[in-house]
Structure formats: structure tokens, C-alpha cells
Design a binder for this molecule. Sequence first.
Ligand SMILES: [Mg+2]
Length: 236
Amino acid sequence: MSLPIKRISTDFDGTLFAEFASPPISERLQALLGTFQDRGAQWAINTGRDKSGIMEGLERADLAIEPDYLVLVEREIHPHGDSEFTGLEEWNLACSRAHAELFARVNAELPRISAWVSARFDARLYEDDYSPLCLNTANDGDMDAIQEFLEDYSQSIPGLAVVRNGVYARLSHSAYNKGTALGELTCRLGLTSAQVFAAGDHMNDLPMLSRTYARFLAAPGNAVEKVKEVVRRQES
Ligand SMILES: [Mg+2]
């Protein structure tokens, strides 16, 4: 009997990878993913990590299997080629351009946003290659309040989205996230969402934990409550 699932999209940290476990990705789970691959399903790791971060994680995990795709920083697509992961140029270039245009519109507002945050919270604010504003807070409650403020602000800038993962957040373009990247991969393989399984544990996974992109949804037991709720709500 052929598998109903042709594409598997898993988050990395907290879903596959447990930092302090040994091994960090269970052998049973690796065997299961390998069986799916042997039977024709393609597996994508869909993560907020950048390329060096995921490579470090994969090396630590000492995997017996290899993902067919990486989705990095929740938005860039990197298929596995002959021996390494190379960017899907068309998608990644469009993604970079969209972000550059969006952030050019946001830049003038950043001092005001940073001042609002700094006046109220003990947060670390910084810029990296993927966002002109990244934030880390000491606790979830502080980030809940900052997220609310940023989401309110983002209403005034078409395309602006806030990506949240625990006590970390960054700005991003709403057209490029774990969900739209998964949708692109599904489409490129000539598949439909009915053939896709997606699993994730945190807020940055919510865009892909949707029936729009995956018929089969899962959240591990350690997932945040909001993610469990979203997955349960879509059960049928
Ligand atoms: Mg995670």
C-alpha cells in the first residue's frame, strides 16, 4: 500500500532535537523518518536556525539519516543536492528582496520601537543578517507584552510580521514563513497539502501547523499550549 504522506516537515529544536538528551534525536525517531524516506516520502527540517546553526545541530545529533530539504530562518529553502544543501535561488532571492524592501520601510521607526521596549523591559535588542530588530527577554511574560506591542505596530506596515520563539522574537515578512516555504516545496513536488505531515512545538511553527499546508498535524508533548490548541482544533 502506498503511503498517504509524501512530504514530512519537522521543526528542529524541541520537536526533533532535545539539547540535553543523548542522543539528541532519538534513534527510534530517526528509524521512523528513515522508513518514511525509504517508502518515498521526502523530509524537510523547517527551522528558525540559520545554516551554520542547523549544521552544528545535525553534527551533534550524529544522524543516521539525512533530510531532503532544509528551510532555514523559517523562510529560506535549501534542497539537498549531490553532497550538500544549496539554496533554491529563485525563492531565496525573492525572499531577500521582499525583506530588504520591507525593512527599508521599517527602519525609520526602529529607534521609537527600541525606546519603547527599553523603557519597560530588561530586553536585549540587536540586529542580525535576517532582521533589523531581534529581541531576547528574561521571561515569557515580558515577551508576551512586547509581542503584543510589535503586532499592534505591524498592523500599520503591510507585510510586516513578528516571529516569536519563546523569549526570542524578530521581525519578518508575512509572505515568507514556515508555512509558505512548506507550501512552495509541496507545490514544486507536484503534491497537495493532503499528502503533507507537519510537526512543531512553538509559536514560529504556527504558520505551517495549518491545514492550508498540511493535512496531518502534530505537536510533541513539550509543545507550548497555544500550539497544542491550534493542532487539536484542526483535528477531524
Ligand atoms: Mg521548536
